[in-house]
Design a protein around this ligand. Structure first.
Ligand code: PEP
Length: 248
């Protein structure tokens, strides 16, 4: 089954209104029919986007609905300001904010309840890769998410494989390495629902740039990219989106 590719730009704690305008203008010069383009700016910039042909996402969402959680943003709030997606369980949230696999699963549920599609990030640290334990590590990250959702909800989820050793290092996984883990993730999902496994998109993230994007996107189980650093340069991000759109 052909899955529509997706390119997600994660600005992290970067960007400003000027870059909102610059990227919006750069993307508006192209017609992205065969790829879903998604931008995740810092929450305070989300409402600075005017009329756009791409989709917006939050970088994180609370696992609670409302209440005394200073600094957090609920799924309902993200939905109200026009987010269609939200990143959940990015390794920087897991590492720096102590997010557990269980919390990630709760966040997934909060997002889905509000009609927002979660982009669930998983991926191993270097130590696990060196110990050849990456599949076990990723299976553990996936398990609570897969048990929290039903098969219908699972079809709303996007997964992103982001090996931590590849994030922001300039050392991307090779297309073959990434394909092997993407296939593994799809196999794990298929144990819950074969139909969902066929449909869900699994993005690769970790030093994606315009030099390596085409080879990565050509792999059977790689359905696009989660792009950090290269999403902060409008020409690089646009080129990656063009490649995902099938242009050369
Ligand atoms: C990310 O933070 O999700 C990411 C993949 O970053 P980079 O592309 O800079 O490695």
């Amino acid at each position: 089954m052909a899955r529509k590719l997706m390119v997600v730009g994660n600005w992290k704690m970067n960007g400003c209104r000027q870059y909102v305008n610059e990227l919006t203008t750069a993307l508006s010069l192209h017609c992205f029919n065969s790829v879903d383009v998604v931008v995740c700016p810092p929450a305070c910039l989300i409402q600075s986007f005017g009329s756009i042909d791409f989709l917006l996402a939050g970088q994180d969402v609370s696992d609670c609905n409302d209440g005394a959680y200073t600094g957090d943003i609920s799924a309902a709030m993200l939905a109200e300001i026009g987010c269609e997606y939200v990143l959940v369980g990015h390794s920087e949230r897991r590492e720096m904010h102590g997010e557990t696999n269980q919390q990630v699963a709760q966040k997934v549920l909060r997002a889905i309840e509000q009609g927002i599609k979660p982009i669930v990030c998983v991926g191993e640290p270097l130590l696990m890769k060196e110990a050849k334990a990456e599949q076990d590590y990723i299976a553990e990250q996936l398990a609570p998410v897969l048990s929290a959702v039903n098969c219908e909800q699972l079809e709303q989820v996007v997964f992103a494989y982001e090996p931590i050793w590849a994030i922001g290092t300039g050392k991307s996984a090779s297309p073959e390495q990434a394909q092997c883990i993407h296939k593994f993730i799809r196999d794990v999902i298929s144990r819950k629902s074969e139909s969902a496994a066929e449909k869900v998109r699994i993005l690769y993230g970790g030093s994606v740039n315009f030099d390596n994007a085409q080879a990565l996107f050509a792999q059977d189980d790689i359905d696009g990219g989660l792009v950090g650093g290269a999403s902060l340069k409008s020409d690089s991000f646009t080129t990656i989106c063009r490649y995902a759109n099938g242009e050369h």
